[in-house]
Design a protein around this ligand. Sequence first.
Ligand SMILES: Cc1ncc(COP(=O)(O)O)c(C=O)c1O
Length: 403
Amino acid sequence: MSSQIVNPAAVPGRFGPYGGRYVPETLMVPLFELERAYELAKADAAFQSEFHGLLKNFAGRPTALQFASRLTAHLGGPRIYLKREDLLHTGAHKINNAIGQGLLGVKMGKPRIVAETGAGQHGVASATIAAHLGLECVVYMGTEDMARQALNVSRMRMLGAQVVGVEAGSRTLKDAINEAMRDWVTNIRTTYYLLGSVLGAHPYPTMVRDFQSVIGREARDQILATERRLPTHLYACVGGGSNAIGLFHAFLQDTSVKMVGIEAGGRGTELGEHAARLGIAQGYTGARPGILQGTYTYVLQNADGQIAATHSISAGLDYPAIGPEHAWLADERRAEYAAISDDAALAAARLLARTEGIIPALESAHAIAGLVDRAPQMTKDDLVILNLSGRGDKDMDTYSRLL
Ligand SMILES: Cc1ncc(COP(=O)(O)O)c(C=O)c1O
């Protein structure tokens, strides 16, 4: 294993060749300011204490690490534990990062935050922390996503946020990020951009990972306390990759722990039918390194380098690029990535509901389907932690229509 595993960001903002800061001049100064503010906050005991206080008393951490006994029995292979991020306030892991960045916005003296959202969970988390801290909040959301995640649109509005529909492009997450960035550049003096995943220019991929890495730190302590050994496998779904890296990060140096990220295989392997940026080995076409929204990573693109359309039943996984740290972990073979179809994810959601009494978010259902797929090749000695990144309330329309 490369020694870089020990210190993935040896060059700040770089993960091997990936990451970096590829933005127009107008964004350079704000990004430097943000990096400086984040470095100070990281070392500031008062900031850290406020962050962890809100994680505990507002969001509901620590989350449970639950032994999934009936799912374990049903699959007949590995012992399976679920990291219950779905139990957090607002219903997904997104609140961890929103609290961290919301506090940073206040520290930087910004009265207004802008955010993008796909599945709506990051939008709801941003609207929630904005209300809690007394900040103005504007959330950009593709109109395709507004239709399929209507409940979360209502929640954001109830929390006092302005939700702006984005009609451009495929009307999904990528287009929402473009609009949020445009707003940020225009209103830079008053506005903090609260990005929702490990995407975008430095410092976002590092900062968002740091705010989410509480997931893995807790899970590591919990599994050692319960099972007295490290897990053999970690499973998580990967949109931009924040819940996955949040779980993986505390285990990066434990090379015996296999880390598996599950992407959206959508309806098929043709470009336009999926969002599997690291699925080349499985035959998913169209991904190669390129730059999207400030970072160098694997990007789904056509032969001319135009960003490709993507498809996933799950709005939160429907994005043409993957967080740069995942690109690097894949190249290093420290983590493995596989894609799961829309249909397999739906079936896995029903399976979890009926074996464990938990309706998962469609995004998290991809991770479950990935485990279902591989369980037959695993043994009873294998020990899995699967990150249940969110709950399924927002997806009930899709579930009732398709199941
Ligand atoms: C519940 C849930 N899980 C996972 C994701 C994917 O994001 P990420 O890969 O950053 O964890 C989302 C995105 O909206 C989500 O809502």
